[in-house]
Design a protein. Structure first.
Lengths: 343, 343
């Protein structure tokens, strides 16, 4: 039977966090605690995804999800990428700014073959044929949307649920077109998407507390998806410099400086110095800055890293993931009861 | 006895909408329906405010609020204003870009003398002495905040409640400093402000439905403040061109093009053409563009007007204000009950 959100013990989804923080241990802990854990397949080779799945299966028999990056559109203007590369020459050795599709088709086939319960897609709408293949393999298909128009497109492609991503969210905007990324606050977006489509909604973006979980349920969502709230979890592989930065009260900003795709991170030196020059050119710019970011990570240099973080990052807590899930669920119940008394 | 939010029959506040839409009839209708209506004193002379108060008192004996603009900081760089004026020369005859404080002190004294139940302040934090004067006159003092730091400052000044304005909101950002306006989504901001201060919170920004009202109550707010949702009310004085634009699905954007202060409006020709050139220079730019906007309003030219609108504007409904209040309250109760069942 295809996974349904109503089967979750707690309406809490752990957001897939590509590029490091997501681990099989984190996803397993969240699913075991009664939420829904997620693996992030973006950036990884199909073999690495298969290894993560094996590790996850050893830890839990409960449902979980895997997130895929939809393939980007046409390659970016090489001149724009070259001009950006020229502004980065003092930063260190750059990578080759190549275009690729993150081996999307291979990973889709792998997830179908492995009968993954939930496949969520980000950065675009999967083709109706891809959705049908996943359905045939028993998967529920979720699509990340940032506008009501994207929600309509995803519904037409056959999505089973939508991840509604508010502008508050840390990391990449899931927008179908980075040239015009949806930048709507979560509550307004839930209302707009709920008016446009009938699908179950998973609310994402800046949710950090049980009261926030309660709020999106009241707004009509079937579950809340939290990323930053799990970045300090013991099971997350968030690097130490990133962990420390999350505890600061630095502001966040949207930027294309790190990857050529709009994403929200803590304001640091690299973001401040390069934001204005960065073109919309994903994945070319991600490959270009890859070595710089890897070196900064190794040096523990928070000023050279992409410090993805949602707008409520100061409320993230260091704890085992199961404790985070249980605390959020208990707080959410309390918040709804309080609100009902006030109304 | 000072007004308390817990006295409201429905936790629904009508946002003050300066520059036109707010009327005594709208405020009275909302208060009579069990919400809290608001007059907008910004831009008006003290005499005009007094007339609005007289008109309101003739319509309702229930509590209401009046919103004041805190005085701006130092006059802007005249060169920056002149350069912007030069880019507007094809638009028509410009106004004198003068600095003024909107006769803040006179209006404060008037509101104290008239024993207005709730005085809300936007664009800055009132001095502790001003708060004390209003308290002595029996008024509750609310301060609009867009960051946790502003919330702390308002609490220290003696505010009785905070209007927590998410980035979704239509019209001006209430930020204390327009050079760095808070741009945090409402749900995240409620969590951050709730962690920083103990005051009752009035949530504002992109709330358009009863489910949205329920959501902010679940998130910890004592009431929801809605502006755009009342702009199509029969009692609002929203001009026809603005009403028609609100019904379109145009996107909104933040801009300083119209007033020199960051505000959210529907994207139209004037915004698109002048946004990039506009300096942070309020109220100078507001006076500069005043005649242009007045003429556009007279011509019914939606492309020359500041079309303030929140991010959920397509959900605003044409109806008497009392009907809007009652519908929101009924939907909110239903939404909370549904959410409790789902949890």
């Amino acid at each position: 039977m295809t996974f349904s959100l109503s089967r979750l013990e707690h309406p809490i989804v752990q957001a897939p966090m590509g590029g490091g923080p997501s681990t099989p241990a984190l996803a397993a802990a969240v699913s075991e605690a009664g939420g829904l854990g997620f693996l992030a397949a973006g950036y990884l080779s199909p073999d690495a995804v298969r290894e993560d799945l094996t590790a996850l299966h050893a830890l839990t028999g409960r449902p979980f999800g895997v997130n895929l990056f939809a393939p980007p559109g046409e390659p970016a203007d090489p001149g724009a990428v070259q001009r950006y590369a020229a502004t980065l020459c003092d930063e260190g050795e750059l990578g080759e700014p190549r275009w690729d599709d993150d081996r999307y088709a291979e990973k889709l086939a792998l997830l179908a073959q492995e009968r993954v319960p939930v496949v969520s897609v980000t950065f675009g709408c999967p083709a109706p044929e891809a959705v049908a293949d996943l359905h045939a393999a028993g998967a529920a298909v979720w699509v990340t949307v940032t506008t009501a128009a994207e929600a309509l497109e995803a519904a037409r492609a056959g999505a089973d649920a939508l991840v509604v991503q508010g502008v508050e969210a840390g990391g990449h905007r899931g927008s179908f077109d980075d040239a015009a990324p949806g930048q709507i606050g979560l509550l307004a977006l839930l209302a707009l998407v709920g008016e446009a489509v009938e699908l179950p909604l998973v609310a994402a973006g800046g949710i950090a507390t049980g009261a926030g979980v309660a709020a999106v349920l009241a707004a009509g969502a079937s579950a809340a998806q939290l990323g930053t709230a799990f970045m300090l979890a013991e099971e997350a592989a968030t690097v130490p410099a990133h962990r420390e930065a999350l505890r600061s009260d630095s502001a966040t900003a949207l930027t294309r400086a790190f990857t050529g795709r709009t994403a929200r991170g803590l304001v640091n030196r690299f973001l401040s110095e390069h934001d204005a020059d960065a073109p919309s050119a994903y994945p070319e710019v991600a490959h270009l800055t890859g070595p710089l970011r890897a070196q900064a990570r190794e040096r523990g240099d928070a000023d050279g890293l992409n410090l993805w973080a949602g707008q409520a990052h100061t409320l993230a807590r260091e704890a085992p993931a199961a404790e985070i899930v249980h605390r959020l669920a208990a707080e959410a119940r309390e918040a709804l009861a309080d609100a009902a008394r006030r109304l």
